[in-house]
Design a protein around this ligand. Structure first.
Ligand code: ZN
Length: 243
């Protein structure tokens, strides 16, 4: 079985469409799993929700999904994120609100636990260091955990009572047997690792191999739409910088 893993689309339709095309161009996948933050920051929230509904077998609730429907306080957001969130709220119809309100905080798929942030704090914690990842291995019983939220591809392997960060590189397969692992596939719609290309992963359960992919998309098209929507200017520049 082959599974595509996507996260942090952030209402960037051009990036999302490019990733879907890339996934389908790599052969049949059995399911697509989304780790949350369908919306927020970007200019096309409703279109992205529709595509997630159409293509994803499961989608976890992200902090931006929750905040846009009033299920999380904007106090957790910086001013730019809060402004974009208020704009997003104004775009959603009652069907979108109902859909987002029913997204799970965690889901189990085979050997994997799926969360947005971390097993300990599914909506808000960033697993960006080995020490944070290490603590989180005690918060799930499945063999592997998939998480998004940081917008930075990353992998951590449990080794005894400690945890080792593993370099997750574009195109290089990560073997998923033996030890427990936490993997972040990076962000579709707002990468923050210095590479502006959309990021996602495919897991092949036969070869036990997870592979990271980066996809070029029309960044200018999304930037134009952010401008037209009147969303904050820093959201335009950060897309081309991948920051
Ligand atoms: Zn996010």
């Amino acid at each position: 079985m082959r599974y595509a893993i996507i996260a942090d689309i952030h209402a960037n339709l051009a990036a999302f469409q490019a990733v879907l095309e890339d996934i389908h161009g790599k052969g049949e996948v059995d399911e697509i799993w989304c780790l949350g933050d369908i919306i927020g920051y970007g200019p096309e929230p409703r279109q992205c929700i529709e595509l997630v509904k159409k293509y994803c077998a499961v989608c976890i609730a992200g902090n931006h999904d929750l905040a846009a429907i009033g299920k999380m306080e904007l106090a957790y957001f910086n001013p730019t994120a809060a402004e974009a969130c208020r704009w997003t709220t104004g775009q959603l119809n009652p069907i979108d609100v109902h859909y987002l309100g029913n997204l799970p905080m965690k889901a189990e798929k085979g050997d994997f636990l799926l969360v947005h942030g971390s097993p300990a704090d599914p909506a808000l914690e960033y697993m960006i260091s080995a020490s944070i990842a290490e603590k989180n291995f005690a918060f799930f019983s499945q063999k592997y955990c998939l998480a998004g939220h940081s917008h930075i591809p990353a992998a951590f392997r449990e080794e005894g009572k400690t945890c080792q960060p593993i370099h997750l590189t574009f195109g290089v397969g990560l073997v998923m047997h033996k030890q427990r692992m936490i993997v972040n596939p990076g962000s579709v719609g707002q990468p923050r690792d210095g590479d502006p290309r959309a990021s996602y992963a495919i897991y092949d359960s036969e070869g036990l191999m997870l592979r990271l992919y980066r996809v070029e998309y029309n960044i200018g098209a999304t930037q134009d739409k952010i401008m037209q929507a009147g969303l904050p200017v820093p959201l335009i520049t950060r897309l081309e910088q991948g920051r």
